[in-house]
Write a protein that binds this ligand. Structure first.
Ligand SMILES: [Zn+2]
Length: 138
């Protein structure tokens, strides 16, 4: 499994500057190893949606130490491709997660409980007319 530093060295060779110019982006991709220390950690960011998320976090471009603007998406695509040989979608990952019963045990929301409560228990929206109201209607 590639270390994020090696991805940063690769970026520096490809786009110029120093590995440190790219380290933060590559570390972001691989910091999910703290959750699961095998290749499955990649399910969280190593996909097309993760690449766009990376761009939204780091911006459209970074300026490296030689003053060159480099698109963040290209750096991100490089990382994912170096790790996986291509760019999967998040759906590619999700399809491989077995659907477990614990994933779908919805509890009734309070709004649903209120909606289906007996009418007499629901608060009235209209004030109840008093005797004077009925006298004036005659
Ligand atoms: Zn990676």
């Amino acid at each position: 499994m590639s270390h994020s530093y090696h991805h940063a060295v690769s970026s520096a060779k490809r786009y110029g500057g120093q590995p440190e110019d790219y380290q933060e982006i590559h570390s972001w991709f691989d910091e999910t190893k703290r959750i699961m220390a095998d290749a499955r950690h990649r399910a969280l960011r190593h996909h097309a949606e993760g690449i766009f998320l990376c761009e939204s976090i780091f911006g459209v471009t970074i300026t490296n130490s030689v003053g060159k603007k480099v698109p963040v998406r290209l750096i991100a695509e490089q990382h994912v491709t170096e790790d996986m040989g291509g760019i999967p979608s998040a759906v590619d990952w999700l399809r491989n997660i077995p659907l477990e019963q614990w994933m779908n045990r919805p509890q009734r929301l309070q709004v649903e409980i209120d909606l289906f409560a007996p009418v007499e228990a629901a608060p009235s929206l209209e004030p109840i007319p008093d005797e004077e109201f009925y006298k004036s209607a005659i």
